[in-house]
Design a protein around this ligand. Sequence first.
Ligand SMILES: [Zn+2]
Length: 214
Amino acid sequence: MTRYFLMCQHLTFFNVCSSYFDFVLGFTGDSTLPQYVAEEIMYTVVDLAVHQQRDPWEATVKAFSRNHTVLEHTSVVLVFRDRNNNVLCREIGLHHPPQAALGIHFQFCGNTECRPNPGDTRFKTQFADGRVKEKLRQFCRRCGYTSPWIKVSDVNWVHPVPGTSRVFWHDYPVTGVQLMTFGGGSIEKKMESGPPAKRERQGSESDVVKKSRN
Ligand SMILES: [Zn+2]
């Protein structure tokens, strides 16, 4: 019989390492209500208990990547054993700029002096032919920080979920170095509130594009 446990906000390896549970499922969104995620949890459990799926990771990815509405609200963290009996912890999230990039809510400004509030750090995208060629940059509405453009394929610690275009996974939790993926930028202009004006946004983007082409 598969034993599992659901947690909100806090996760631990202990219960999986001790084999008390086969996997632990957690949600990193604020105030994730059970009714938001109940259907996907049911699909996960049915896959494992009824369809004889042996791999909790496969079952969880399949259940949650089918519904982008849930992943817009919360990312999903799974602690589980892989086929080699290693205990792993991974997060599944949705790529949905400007709020989140590559399935991660980077609530951390590239300006290390800045202490942004939730929602202050946002993302712009440059679409290209294929997701891996897409470029992203972070900007902070609190301090005016703007990162360089980063190509999706250059962020090698996030992985697209096969068969989807906007769902990614990565090892959880992310490291300090990974949080600074969008570091190395500069403070262009402080935004008092709301997104930057259209003229400013176009100007700053084209400047960087010219630099990157040179
Ligand atoms: Zn900032």
